[in-house]
Write a protein that binds this ligand. Structure first.
Ligand code: HEC
Ligand code: HEC
Ligand code: HEC
Ligand code: HEC
Ligand code: HEC
Length: 374
């Protein structure tokens, strides 16, 4: 779709007005002219300069959703900022910062240095460099569940590229015009039931959750990601809760990372569900609580650095003393967009050393595996 093919304009207008405080999650507000242009032209000048955009927009996804990196970012516009071209370490929101993955550098690099391995590389990024396919998902578009995989009907990851939205995108429905009717109908609170793209967690079609009002910028409130403790290792059936989790969103492209119908991740072939040894790190799995043989998990304390998912997204709180509020998910360890660390990790993997008493203590793996540090 045209929307994602155009080089984004560098700056997003700071003139957006509305009744809400800056950066508060809700439907868009302000005058139509702020965001739309009727004839792809103003005063005889082509607007936007790259050519007309879908839905008569003045800007691309990345054009609106990037910021200057000022200390006060992301205030100033209502749009949550996911890319800080000049000052990467300020104002990072819950999803992370594409600054770190906007690089053609393919090797793994030091913390904070941009490289394609610091996260996702959607085509909208200037320096996007792609892995051939989502690891775990395969190049043939066969994924976690063949009836609901991303890129359905497309030619495959070898020729198509990850994008913010669309057939090969994350936001909206996974189809060409999958991001329509979202911004003007955004809901929050318990209305985020996944029934439409606008009613889905951050427009991720079908996914539920409780949305932090400022995307965790101030630390005042936090996202509660939806998780379900699965009863077996088969792919969740259509319309079931198992398809509404954050981990399922990832699995729509990453397939095996979420396990599958062939005992691909939960346990070894033919073995019983949910017994050790695990052959991939569990997700959508409830952390043991008051289990005498696994006491280390009792000490987990909820933190936005190492969050867990919950089966209860009717409010914005997680009470980890409740079993259903302690569900391991992909975003327990990864940022959704990109981070200063390889594989978009939320913390430095190199800090995770047995017996650690320094910076890594209590963080990352140790937040849950509490008996493994110093
Ligand atoms: C702050 C930015 C912003 C403002 C202000 C804005 N829009 Fe939009 N509008 C968008 C975006 C972004 C989309 C495309 C993606 C989507 O639908 O979520 C869109 C899509 C639309 C669509 C197609 C999808 C739908 O929901 O029907 C219509 C029609 C539309 N806008 C009309 C208007 C009108 C009329 C106004 C002024 C009263 C207006 N917009 C003001 C950002 C804005
Ligand atoms: C729409 C498909 C899609 C979805 C949904 C998706 N990914 Fe990815 N992911 C990809 C593709 C394609 C790549 C490889 C190309 C790239 O890095 O952009 C990738 C790469 C990655 C990488 C490796 C980055 C690197 O270069 O080493 C990680 C880690 C990752 N994804 C995690 C996640 C997590 C966590 C989620 C859920 C929040 C998720 N992905 C959801 C398509 C997707
Ligand atoms: C014209 C500017 C503009 C464009 C273009 C635009 N957005 Fe937005 N976006 C906004 C604003 C303003 C908000 C905050 C208001 C809201 O949540 O609807 C927002 C909110 C969002 C949110 C958070 C929704 C939530 O539930 O809190 C997501 C996700 C998002 N946009 C994705 C996209 C994607 C993907 C595209 C490209 C297809 C896009 N946006 C294009 C201005 C824009
Ligand atoms: C317990 C923490 C943890 C969880 C949960 C987790 N990951 Fe990872 N993931 C990692 C770490 C650490 C790495 C990098 C080191 C490694 O690969 O061992 C990684 C690497 C990756 C990679 C890159 C693989 C490659 O080939 O380089 C992808 C893709 C990925 N994870 C996706 C996911 C998805 C999708 C989920 C959820 C279904 C998930 N991860 C859940 C910790 C986790
Ligand atoms: C959000 C909590 C959480 C985080 C963070 C986490 N784990 Fe885990 N991990 C678990 C749970 C829960 C299990 C499964 C326990 C069970 O089998 O009852 C597990 C299982 C494992 C296992 C397999 C154990 C077995 O019995 O087969 C290994 C190995 C492991 N984790 C390593 C790591 C490493 C390394 C990291 C950091 C990169 C990490 N974990 C981060 C919660 C977590």
């Amino acid at each position: 779709m045209k929307l994602r093919r155009i080089i984004p304009a560098l700056l997003f207008f700071a003139t957006m007005v509305g009744g809400l405080s800056p950066n508060e999650a809700w439907s868009v507000s302000g005058s139509c002219a702020t965001c739309h242009v009727m004839h792809a032209m103003e005063g005889g000048t082509a607007t936007p300069s790259g050519g007309p955009l879908s839905y008569l927009l003045r800007n691309t996804c990345l054009g609106c959703h990037q910021g200057s990196g000022a200390a006060s970012a992301p205030s100033g516009t209502q749009a949550p900022l996911v890319y800080f071209p000049t000052s990467p370490d300020t104002g990072q929101l819950a999803g992370g910062n594409f600054y770190y993955s906007d690089s053609a550098t393919t090797g793994s690099t030091a913390s904070g240095t941009p490289s394609m391995h610091k996260g996702h590389n959607p085509i909208e990024l200037t320096n996007h460099t792609d892995l051939a396919a989502p690891p775990g998902g395969g190049t043939t578009l066969k994924s976690y569940d063949d009836t609901d995989y991303v890129g359905n009907g497309g030619a495959g990851w070898a020729v198509d590229t990850l994008s913010c939205s669309g057939v090969y995108g994350c936001h909206g429905k996974h189809e060409t015009n999958g991001m329509v009717g979202t911004h003007h109908n955004n809901v929050t609170g318990t209305n985020v039931d996944g029934s439409t793209a606008s009613k889905s967690f951050r427009f991720l079609y079908g996914i539920k959750g409780w949305e932090s009002t400022d995307y965790e910028y101030s630390g005042g409130d936090y996202n509660v990601y939806y998780g379900v403790t699965r009863a077996n290792d088969t792919a969740p059936a259509a319309t079931t809760a198992g398809r509404q989790t954050m981990s399922y969103l990832c699995a729509e492209c990453h397939g095996l990372f979420h396990s599958g119908a062939g005992d691909d991740g939960i346990s070894i072939n033919g073995a019983t569900y949910a017994t050790t040894p695990w052959i991939r790190h569990p997700v959508d799995f409830e952390m043991p609580l008051n289990n005498v043989s696994k006491p280390e998990y009792d000490a987990y304390a909820h933190t936005t650095t190492v969050p867990v998912a919950s089966s209860d997204v009717t409010d914005g709180t997680i009470t980890v003393a409740s079993a259903s509020d302690r569900i391991v998910m992909c975003l327990s360890c990864h940022r959704a967009h990109a981070s200063p660390e390889d594989a978009a990790l939320r913390w430095k993997y190199t800090d995770m050393v047995l017996g650690t008493v320094g910076a890594g203590q209590g963080n990352g793996c140790f937040a849950c595996h509490t008996a493994k540090d110093g």
